[in-house]
Design a protein around this ligand. Structure first.
Ligand code: SF4
Length: 239
């Protein structure tokens, strides 16, 4: 390795080490502030996949309403797959973008059935994480966040989902480059937090974003992270 390459590697390692320490401290303080999030019951990966597709561009309440409406109207995923598209769209209308989400859900169900001859994603538990990620990402409408949610919550695999709250809060805290894409942020933030902290760190960052670090007018006066926050340093009183 040439000298300048060795020097760049040392700089990169030092920067990573510093960010990992910061992430660890942030995680510790959020645990202290919010406690350990309870473990949900996500033992059916396919249910979670469909629910996460429904969650795109809407809130949790409307996602859950749409999911329950779909399950009330159709007793099985096979019936959803084979239903008239308009019936599926009607059932999930409360989630918004129903004309887009309905056909996507039916297409995902068709593709899974074609390949696996059954609508159950339990087989993914036997995959290596990277293999499971690639398998999930093949579907139109399934991006890195959806795949990571299914992996983390239903497959018990190491994945760090980055939603709008996690993206905003980690940006303000200086854990990622300001212009890093959300897609890349999954990879980069996953390197900073310890794997065994993914579940709690992900949920506590979301909670922090919802309750304190709002998109508009964050409540910094209530925040336990001010001394670790790059955004806070830029506020007029702290310049
Ligand atoms: S100090 Fe303010 S901007 Fe920074 S993480 Fe806390 S609430 Fe968000």
């Amino acid at each position: 390795m040439r000298n300048h390459e060795a020097q760049s590697l040392r700089c990169y390692n030092a920067a990573m080490d510093s960010l990992q320490k910061r992430a660890k401290e942030i995680h510790r303080r959020l645990l202290q502030a919010y406690g350990r999030p309870s473990k949900g019951n996500y033992d059916r990966p396919l249910d979670l996949l469909i629910s996460t597709i429904l969650s795109q561009n809407t809130n949790d309440v409307n996602r859950d309403r749409a999911f329950h409406s779909l399950r009330e109207r159709f007793a099985t995923w096979d019936l959803v797959r084979d239903a008239k598209p308009t019936e599926v769209v009607d059932a999930i209308r409360v989630a918004g973008l129903a004309n887009r989400k309905g056909p996507r859900i039916q297409q995902v169900l068709r593709e899974i059935s074609d390949e696996k001859r059954g609508l159950d994603l339990g087989f993914l538990k036997g995959f290596e994480p990277e293999e499971a990620r690639r398998w999930l990402l093949r579907f139109h409408g399934v991006g890195p966040k959806t795949a990571a949610i299914v992996m983390l919550f239903a497959l018990n695999m190491p994945a760090f989902p980055v939603d709008t709250h996690v993206y905003r809060v980690t940006g303000r805290l200086g854990l990622r480059e300001a212009k890093l894409s959300v897609e890349k942020a999954h990879e980069e933030l996953g390197k900073l937090f310890a794997v065994d902290s993914y579940y709690d760190a992900h949920l506590n960052l979301i909670r922090h974003g919802r309750e304190v670090c709002h998109a508009r007018r964050p409540k910094c006066e209530r925040c336990v992270l001010t001394d670790l926050c790059e955004y806070f340093k830029t506020l007029p009183a702290h310049k």
